[in-house]
Design a protein around this ligand. Sequence first.
Ligand SMILES: [Zn+2]
Length: 61
Amino acid sequence: MKEFHCGSLVPGCDWHTRAEEEAEVMRRAVEHMREAHGEDIIRESMVDAIRSRIEKVRDAA
Ligand SMILES: [Zn+2]
């Protein structure tokens, strides 16, 4: 499982997402950036910033 906490990038935001694949976490994170933070254009630097903050998490059933 991979997890991304938006608050690690946007202080004060407590949105987070978790998915099996990093690509899916990225997809959701980009969508969230657009919808919640008005980032119409997701730059490469933003993608890198998100990717570097995605954490591997243990599966907890
Ligand atoms: Zn956010």
